[in-house]
Design a protein around this ligand. Structure first.
Ligand SMILES: [Zn+2]
Length: 286
C-alpha cells in the first residue's frame, strides 16, 4: 500500500524551529477600548427587548447602535452560535478569522468582534463575561472561540449521510429568514463563521486537531456586548448542547438561551459617534 511520506529533516531543522515567535498583531496597535465608557453605557441600562432561543433552534434580533445585548444560559449548560450583520447591509458581517488574528482564538471582555473587508470595523465590544475566569485549561482549551465554523448539514451529510435540519447553520438560516423575510435558501448565503458562545474548545497538543469538551457554562452565566453599529444578530442553540459529546443529532440534552437587549441611560453616550468603515481607499495599486 502506498502512503504519504514525511520528508527527511534538514541538518539545521532544530535551528529553524527555534525561530522566535512574534505576535502578528499587537493589541496596542488597535484603537483603544475605554472601560469607563462602556461602564457608563451599562450602568442603569434599560431592558428593551428579549428573545428566548428554544433548544436546537435559532432566533434573530435587532440591536440599535449604542445599545447592549446579553446572552444568558438558562435552565442548563448550552452552547450558542452567534452571527452578526450590519442592520442595513447584510454584506457587512462578522469576520471570525480576523477577530482571531487581532485578538485570540477565544475572546472575552475588552475584545471586539470585527466586520469583514472592505468594512473592517468593530461591530461589537465584549463588555462582560462571567466565564472570564476560565482562561486556558490544562488541555489548552478556552471558552467563546472564534476558531470553529458552525455545525452544518453539509458536513454532517458528508461524514454521516442523512438529512439533519437542526444544525446551527440551518438554525441561523431560518432565524435570519424569519427576521428579514428572505427565502431560507437565500438567507443561508448570509450565514457565516460564528462566535461560539460558551463553547469550550482547543487544539489537541499532538496533532493540533480541533476539539470540544463540556462547556463550563451554568445557568446565570452570561456574555454581554455593546453594539458599535446597528446590528442584526442571530443565535443558534447548538444541537450539541454543552458540546460534551456530539453535535448534529438529537442525542444531547439541549437548553434554551436568553438574549436581552438594553438601552443605555440618557446621555451616557454623549460625544460618541461609533466607528466608521475602514479608511483604505480600495484602489489596490491600480
Ligand atoms: Zn452547532
Amino acid at each position: 500500500m502506498t502512503s504519504w511520506t514525511t520528508p527527511a529533516a534538514p541538518a539545521d531543522a532544530d535551528a529553524r524551529r527555534r525561530a522566535r515567535p512574534v505576535v502578528t498583531y499587537t493589541v496596542d496597535q488597535l484603537p483603544a477600548v475605554d472601560p469607563a465608557f462602556y461602564a457608563r453605557a451599562r450602568d442603569g441600562a434599560l431592558l428593551v427587548d428579549s428573545v428566548t432561543v428554544p433548544p436546537r433552534d435559532g432566533r434573530a434580533f435587532r440591536v440599535p447602535k449604542g445599545h447592549l445585548f446579553r446572552i444568558t444560559s438558562v435552565e442548563g449548560p448550552q452552547v450558542g452560535d452567534l452571527n452578526l450583520w450590519h442592520a442595513d447591509n447584510l454584506a457587512e458581517r462578522f469576520f471570525s478569522g480576523k477577530t482571531r488574528a487581532l485578538h485570540a482564538t477565544h475572546v472575552t471582555t475588552g475584545d471586539r468582534l470585527w466586520s469583514v473587508m472592505p468594512y473592517l470595523r468593530p461591530m461589537a465590544t465584549i463588555v462582560a463575561d462571567t466565564l472570564g475566569w476560565y482562561g486556558f485549561d490544562d488541555d489548552g482549551a478556552g471558552v467563546h472561540d472564534v476558531i470553529g465554523t458552525r455545525c452544518d448539514p453539509y458536513t454532517n451529510h458528508l461524514l454521516s449521510g442523512g438529512q439533519y435540519h437542526r444544525c446551527c447553520h440551518s438554525n441561523l438560516a431560518r432565524a435570519l429568514a424569519d427576521l428579514t423575510g428572505l427565502p431560507v435558501r437565500e438567507a443561508e448565503l448570509h450565514v457565516h463563521d460564528v462566535l461560539n458562545v460558551f463553547m469550550c474548545t482547543g487544539f489537541t497538543r499532538d496533532t493540533h486537531r480541533y476539539f470540544m469538551k463540556a462547556s463550563p457554562v451554568r445557568p446565570g452565566d452570561h456574555i454581554e456586548f455593546f453594539a458599535e453599529i446597528d446590528l442584526v444578530g442571530a443565535l443558534s442553540t447548538c444541537p450539541g448542547g454543552d458540546c460534551s459529546a456530539s453535535h448534529s443529532s438529537d442525542a444531547q440534552a439541549c437548553f434554551p438561551l436568553l438574549v436581552e437587549v438594553f438601552a443605555p441611560p440618557e446621555g451616557a453616550l454623549e460625544g460618541w459617534e461609533g466607528p466608521g468603515i475602514s479608511g483604505y481607499d480600495r484602489s489596490h495599486g491600480r
